[in-house]
Design a protein around this ligand. Structure first.
Ligand code: PSU
Ligand code: MN
Length: 302
């Protein structure tokens, strides 16, 4: 029994019988996509995890309880609340629990709860990272520190180039976090398959990825792993328009003095508006692809 943690009956029985389970985050639902597509996407992601042989565990805080495994109604409520729900990272967890509130968990907080629940594989869209201009702002996502300390593998499509991808990779290297490309040498840049930066290693199969995770944790090397899965080629965006949209959104964020935890959701929403919704379509497809790979990895992790 872990204090303040509730597993859904399905997740609880899957874990007890050692079936594969995939953790899913909720900030991507509330702050990462607009209603109602956020909710439809979250439901579809759960279906994809099931079709690939694993049980989905969407993670959030509801009335001050950490939940691993939400029902459709709970996902719908979070999606409807959107950015009015608290965005919860490591530092926010004790406060939102103490106050009995609702919270959507970031990559960092989802990793913490997945680890408490005993779920080592987690699928999302993109991780947070070192922001452009971090030399002055010191804006480095708590996701990176979490990857350094919490033993959960995060399957993502790399990181958006709203971030400084070069510094993000340097930070992960310093912190001892493996960055493994799934069938790619190139660290993917979320909307595009290539960023110009390299991953540590390209790994060809879900089975080999699972084996590497097992070895890392058997060795007592605590901490996460970034599994970078490029967006499927048919859904990737062209580099120039997405880079232009990012530049414009960054300029606006600067002009409006947006800071701290608000900056990532602001940029995501503006990029979607500027690209006329095209970025949202790409975002959804890459999450589907990550859910598929995560379920396969979880199935080999035994
Ligand atoms: N990047 C995305 N989509 C997202 C996020 C990041 O492409 O939805 C969310 C994730 O929940 C991530 C969080 O953990 O933003 C990072 O926020 P910050 O930069 O404030 O640490
Ligand atoms: Mn930040």
């Amino acid at each position: 029994m872990i204090p303040y943690l509730d597993l859904s009956p399905e997740v609880s029985s899957a874990l007890r019988s050692k079936q594969p389970v995939v953790a899913l985050e909720s900030t991507i639902i509330s702050h990462g996509m607009p209603y109602p597509r956020n909710v439809e996407t979250a439901w579809q992601v759960e279906e994809i995890v099931r079709k690939n042989g694993a049980i989905p565990a969407t993670i959030a805080i509801i009335n001050g309880r950490m939940k691993a495994g939400l029902n459709k109604q709970e996902i719908n409520n979070l999606g409807k609340l959107g950015t009015s729900v608290l965005k919860v990272s490591r530092r926010d967890l004790p406060v939102v629990i103490g106050q009995g509130k609702n919270g959507a968990t970031t990559v960092a907080a989802t990793m913490i709860i997945a680890d408490l629940a005993g779920i080592p594989v987690f699928a999302t869209g993109g991780i947070g990272g070192v922001h452009r201009g971090a030399a002055e702002t010191m804006d480095v996502s708590a996701d990176l520190q979490e990857l350094a300390r919490t033993s959960v593998a995060v399957v993502c499509a790399g990181a958006k180039s709203i971030l400084d991808l070069g510094l993000t990779l340097e930070y992960l290297e310093t912190q001892g976090v493996p960055v493994l490309g799934y069938q790619t040498e190139d660290f993917p840049a979320f909307f595009t398959r290539h960023s110009g930066f390299r991953v540590d290693q390209s790994i060809d199969s879900a089975e080999e990825l699972a084996n590497i995770l097992t070895i890392k944790w058997q060795l007592g090397l605590k901490g996460g792993v970034v599994i970078a899965n490029p967006i499927p080629a048919q859904f990737q965006m062209e580099y120039a328009p997405i880079e232009l949209a990012i530049q414009q959104a960054l300029g606006e964020a600067n002009g409006q003095n947006i800071k701290g935890k608000d900056i990532t959701p602001f940029l995501l929403a503006r990029i979607e508006q500027i690209t006329g919704g095209k970025s949202l379509d790409a975002n959804i497809e890459l999450v589907f692809s990550n859910a598929r790979l995560a379920a396969q990895i979880a199935s080999y992790l035994r």
